[in-house]
Design a protein around this ligand. Structure first.
Ligand code: GDP
Length: 521
């Protein structure tokens, strides 16, 4: 098989959702279709110890959670599927955002009983900022949830993206009859635990029970309106992230999952060209290249080794190959490589654009690093800086340790474990993170690698807005409530106490430019 064919077999995506929307349940079903697991219910085995074979960080063991964004890959109908996990809840961190820089599309799961939830919004914003195509699966139709039109409206309004329903649910909860498939113009009937059945449109009109079923009639009336006046499906818009195809179903039943997956696979883009300092590099460029989007430190505390997660972007990866680290021009032999199947690690011999591999990191890589072969030298575009939300002042418990403290902070910040800010005038160290876990990892690593105990003083959730450095802004406008700080690049920003403070400030100071990182990258 040539390079072009290999690349076009790849579908690399992440599933984003708010905790409990059904990500694990859906993932399990996909793995089942891929014959990767024999029975559903094993992915969450993390807690029951089924996957506790790897010695990830101590924190992970203590909390029974996965710190890593694990990668699952399996063959499906001639395709090579790569699913990247996006941890949520307590293990939500900047890594969750960074994972999204390594995928080509995203599946967004929405719980029909809840609608759009907080974490979905955050992850969605990253997809929007990266122009990643988004496919929506509205889950839990077997339960009483929000009305179909209400859900679609919510997506359009809250997320500001056009929706195009690919199927239409008939009832919900106890009255759930199935979905009407827009493409095939047939009813996919929900039969509880039995297999779904398919009834073509012509036959539906002859079915007397259906023709006197008000749930069915109402849903079909509604759907007729949507077909008449709703958004037209446009694959082009989908691929540009302007429209999201919406599917309805139940991950648990399962109902509509395989149809969703087949349609998704057909529409989702294969790996495309990626921007570098020397222009776009095509995925079937014969020279191997890729970038590191995540570094997992201390997977084995005894050896203090690290694994760097690399997204292959072009050419062919072969174990043991020599590559160049573009940042330093250093030659490296990639002898230890791992591909991740759920949480068990297997050695990978070869990989192509779209694949994710874990490579041994003898402490030389940084997040965003490019690895290349061939004559041309280039680097993939820097990973964006993501806006943190949780802020804490940090100090060393023992002032005598301030040298190690500074060294530790600098290295961990450079590695991308956490973001560092300095308060205007006081110069206090302020750490910014996307989730609480980053503080735990930071504290743990400061202790174990730099032998410094750190103390935190909580500042809490803040809304960061960068100032335009060209614009002169009076520092006396800010205080502890709306805190003026600088980031690592000495760029000024304000940590607003809440939405109210932000809006109040905007009203009072309409000429001051306030930049939301989600909007600019
Ligand atoms: P995650 O946190 O997004 O990974 O969510 P899970 O997959 O763990 O699901 C959360 C809960 O919702 C579990 O109790 C699931 O059994 C349940 N669940 C998932 N999908 C469905 C569904 O389609 N219908 C119903 N009734 N429950 C579901």
């Amino acid at each position: 098989m040539n390079l072009y064919e290999e690349v076009n077999k790849r579908k690399t995506f992440a599933i984003i959702s708010h905790p409990d929307a059904g990500k694990t349940t859906l993932t399990e079903k996909l793995l089942l279709y891929g014959n990767l697991i024999r029975s559903a219910g094993t992915v969450k085995g993390k807690k029951s110890g089924k996957f506790a074979t790897s010695d990830w960080m101590e924190i992970e063991k203590q909390r029974g959670i996965s710190v890593t964004s694990s990668v699952m890959n399996f063959p499906y109908r001639g395709y090579h599927i790569n699913i990247l996990d996006t941890p949520g809840h307590e293990d939500f961190s900047e890594d969750t955002y960074r994972t999204l820089t390594a995928v080509d599309s995203v599946v967004m799961i929405i719980d029909s009983t809840k609608g759009i939830e907080a974490q979905t919004i955050k992850l969605f914003k990253v997809c929007r900022m990266r122009g990643i195509p988004i496919f929506t699966f509205i889950n839990k139709l077997d339960r009483e949830g929000k009305e179909t039109l209400e859900l679609l409206e919510e997506i359009e309004e809250v997320l500001d993206i056009e929706t195009c329903p690919m199927n239409w649910p008939i009832g919900m909860g106890k009255r759930f009859l199935g979905v009407f498939d827009r493409n095939k113009q047939e009813l996919v009937k929900f039969n509880g635990n039995e297999e779904e059945t398919y009834i073509p449109k012509e036959e539906l009109e002859l079915d007397e029970t259906l023709m006197s079923n008000s749930t069915y009639l109402e849903a079909m009336d509604e759907f007729a309106l949507v077909e008449e006046a709703g958004n037209r499906f446009s694959l082009e818009d989908v691929l540009q992230g302007k429209q999201t195809p919406v599917f309805f179903g139940s991950a648990l039943a399962p109902f509509g999952v395989q149809t969703f997956f087949d349609n998704f696979i057909a529409m989702a883009p294969a790996p495309g060209g990626r921007k570098t300092t020397e222009g776009v590099i095509s995925p079937d460029n014969p020279d191997f290249s890729g970038f590191i989007f995540k570094i997992q430190a201390n997977m084995n505390p005894a050896h203090r080794d690290r694994v760097a997660f690399l997204r292959v972007c072009s050419g062919k990866f072969e174990r043991g190959m020599d590559v160049k680290l573009a940042r330093t021009n250093k030659q490296i032999k990639l002898s230890q490589s791992q591909q991740f199947v759920a949480s068990s690690r297997g050695t990978v011999e070869e990989a192509f654009a779209g694949d994710i591999i874990g490579i041994y990191d003898p402490n030389i890589y940084r997040i965003g690093d490019t690895l290349i072969t061939g004559k041309d030298k280039f680097e993939y575009n820097e990973l964006p800086q993501f806006p943190p939300e949780l802020f804490k002042k940090v100090t060393a418990k023992n002032v005598m340790k301030s040298k190690q403290f500074k060294k530790g902070i600098e290295q961990l910040v450079q590695e991308g474990a956490i973001q560092l800010f300095r308060q205007h005038r006081t110069e206090s160290y302020i750490l910014g993170a996307v989730g609480e876990l980053q503080y735990e990892v930071f504290q743990y690593r400061m202790q174990n690698e730099y032998h410094v105990d750190v103390m935190f003083e909580t500042i809490g959730e803040r809304i960061p807005r960068w100032l335009n450095p060209e614009q002169k802004v009076d520092p006396s406008l800010f205080d502890e409530r709306n805190m003026l700080v600088t980031d690592r690049e000495e760029q000024p920003l304000v940590l607003f106490k809440n939405d109210f403070s932000l809006n109040w400030f905007k009203d009072k100071n309409p000429t001051i430019e306030l930049i939301d990182l989600f909007e600019v990258n």
